[in-house]
Design a protein around this ligand. Structure first.
Ligand code: FAD
Length: 553
């Protein structure tokens, strides 16, 4: 049977749209594939924009070149991919009966047999955000040049970054690291990256920012932003902060106007509802990328996950499906990573807060571990928080921060979470081990073991718990105690080695046992519990608390 030629119109020439177009053109070389893009610049890696600002990437143009140096412009897509890109043209109207789209400013109408909405997301604005040259978003290629120019001219000495999400954190580093600008981050939530992290890790993120000279104001919703001739006034908590430029980075919202006009159903998150083959509710209309919602692997609920990694994969899957191949988008857990000065911050799955809000009986463990064996000279520490469901041991989420290979650990946990793994599964994760690259027991496996211990009654307390009203049993050596005294209402010091011989001093408890990283204290708690002494221990150890306070470990 002959394959009828289809006219495919894709709206949006970014990750999802162009990935779909390019693959579809490979699979169906006879089809007419047109991509319409409202901006003049397209096919640039938006994810790289903060690193151009920071100077890590010297030439902005590299963001729109292939690894072989080819510029991904209209000529490239025409000649190499067989795809027509109409840039600087916005689809302003769709005729769903005639299957046509109207383009402006060309003022022309083009027909389609299949329509792909890859309209992405736009930067959210603050309520009442002024249109002002000094109050800017950082979302597109066009947003880069004005800020870079000002930085190069020395016109930005103090910048206000509103929002401490992904982009806000990346910008805080970019403005400070290369350009030496004073950076004030204003965040309405209690800590940075609050949508992805529980408090224990989030405070360490705040500390990294502070340690690198960024001033972070949390739990402080911005009351107003007023642009003046030569500065901006950002009002928070009744006070005004004077900055040269305010960059608003308060998240993104899906671009769904065309979808709505086409009668396409939106889901509960406000993004386009699609099935697992990226079909919308309207026949011959498909959607992919930041404008759609997908299924969460743990909750089963729709959620929005505006990530380039997913948009690219969805574009490819959509091309496969449109070409008649069997392919699906699986549910996701939202694995992501952020560079924060020397640290990596990575996370996936639910926070404990989110899991509890879902009615899941979530529990946590915290470990202070290393990315290689601890005796390797370049070994780096990491703080890792694992969230799991009580009793079943189902792994719900992971969050970690450190200078070493944090992302690798979150990637491993992510794959297991996607399979519905339990703590027992994580304990048995097979991983590559040699001293320069990993410990024999990898941090993810150790966290799972700690979780299993906790299910047996070796209870960990959150690292930031108040110790004011507890009896603390410090099982460290004297020199460790001197270097970092445990701040608690009442402290009995007894190195782990002396526990058995000094059992008589311990009565029946309850004790909170503490050591440097949580390892020795967990061991002590098991023994004490076996002796009938009530005891729990400080998860992550005193080191985690010290990091949270900004003390050098
Ligand atoms: C600063 C920054 C850093 C990021 N860092 C990361 C990262 O490190 N990791 C990660 O995974 N993700 C990151 N992202 C997110 C990632 O860039 C997006 O997830 C990805 O670009 C989404 O691709 P998309 O094709 O769905 O949509 P978009 O990139 O939003 O593109 C949609 C396109 O559609 C066009 N369009 C919309 N409506 C119309 C219309 N009516 N007519 C014509 N054209 C239209 C728009 O102009 C736009 O170009 C970052 C994003 C930004 C802004």
């Amino acid at each position: 049977m002959s394959d009828p030629v289809r006219r495919v119109l894709i709206v949006g020439a970014s990750a999802a749209g162009l990935r779909c177009a390019s693959r579809l053109a490979r699979l169906k070389p006879g089809w007419h594939i047109t991509v319409v893009e409202a901006q003049d610049s397209f096919s640039y890696a938006a994810c790289g924009l903060p690193y151009v600002l920071s100077g890590d990437i010297a030439r902005a143009d590299d963001l729109r070149r292939t690894a072989d140096g080819a510029l991904r412009d209209q000529a490239y897509f025409g000649a190499v991919k067989g795809v027509e890109v109409l840039a600087g043209q916005r689809v302003t109207a769709l005729d769903m009966e005639r299957h046509t789209a109207h383009l402006m400013p060309a003022d022309k109408t083009i027909p389609w047999d299949e329509l792909v909405l890859a309209t992405g997301a736009r930067a959210r604005q603050l309520p009442g955000q002024p249109e002002h040259e000094r109050v800017r978003a950082f979302h597109t290629w066009e947003d880069l040049a004005p800020l870079l120019t000002k930085l190069k001219r020395g016109q930005i000495e103090h910048v206000g970054v509103i929002g401490a999400g992904f982009v806000g954190c990346e910008l805080a580093e970019a403005f400070g690291a290369l350009w030496g600008a004073q950076v004030t981050v204003v965040e309405a939530a209690p800590a940075p990256l609050w949508a992805f992290l529980d408090e224990e890790i989030a405070v360490l993120v705040a500390r990294t920012l502070a340690a690198n000279g960024v001033s972070v104001l949390t739990s402080q919703p911005v009351e107003s932003v007023v642009g003046q001739d030569d500065h901006v006034e950002v009002a928070v908590s009744g006070e005004s902060i004077r900055v040269d430029v305010a960059v608003v980075a308060v998240g993104v919202e899906p671009v769904v106007e065309l979808a709505t006009a086409a009668g396409v159903r939106l889901g509960p998150t406000g993004a386009i509802a699609v099935d697992d083959q990226l079909r919308t509710s309207v026949p011959q209309v498909w959607a992919a990328g930041d404008c759609v919602e997908i299924k969460h692997a743990i909750t089963g609920d729709p959620f929005r996950l505006p990530l380039g990694s997913l948009a690219n994969r969805q574009g490819r899957t959509l091309a496969n499906v449109m070409a008649g191949r069997q392919d699906r988008i699986p549910p996701a857990v939202g694995a992501a990573i952020v560079k924060l000065f020397d640290d990596q911050v990575a996370f996936a799955g639910l926070t404990r807060r989110q899991a509890l809000a879902q009615g899941i009986e979530a529990r946590s463990v915290w470990i202070s571990g290393h990315d290689t064996v601890h005796y390797w000279p370049e070994s780096k520490e990491m703080a890792l928080h694992l969230v799991y469901e009580a009793n079943s041991g189902r792994v719900l989420g992971v969050q970690a921060i450190g200078e070493g290979e944090v992302g690798k650990r979150v990637d491993v946990a992510t794959q297991w979470m996607l399979q519905g793994a339990t703590l027992v599964d994580l304990v048995h994760v097979e991983h590559t081990y040699a001293p320069p690259f990993a410990p024999a027991l990898d941090p993810v496996a150790v966290a799972a073991m700690v979780g299993l211990n906790q299910e047996e009654g070796i209870e960990a307390l959150p690292p930031l718990s108040s110790l004011r009203d507890v009896q603390l049993l410090d099982v460290r050596h004297p020199e460790e105690r001197e270097a970092r005294p445990a701040e608690a209402g009442s402290v009995l010091t007894m190195p782990l080695e002396q526990l058995r011989e000094r059992r008589g001093e311990l009565g029946s408890g309850p004790w909170v046992v503490a050591c440097e990283r949580g390892t020795r204290s967990a061991e002590a708690v098991r023994w004490l519990t076996q002796q009938g002494v009530h005891a729990s221990y400080l998860g992550g150890g005193l080191r985690w608390r010290a990091l949270a306070r900004g003390e050098t470990p």
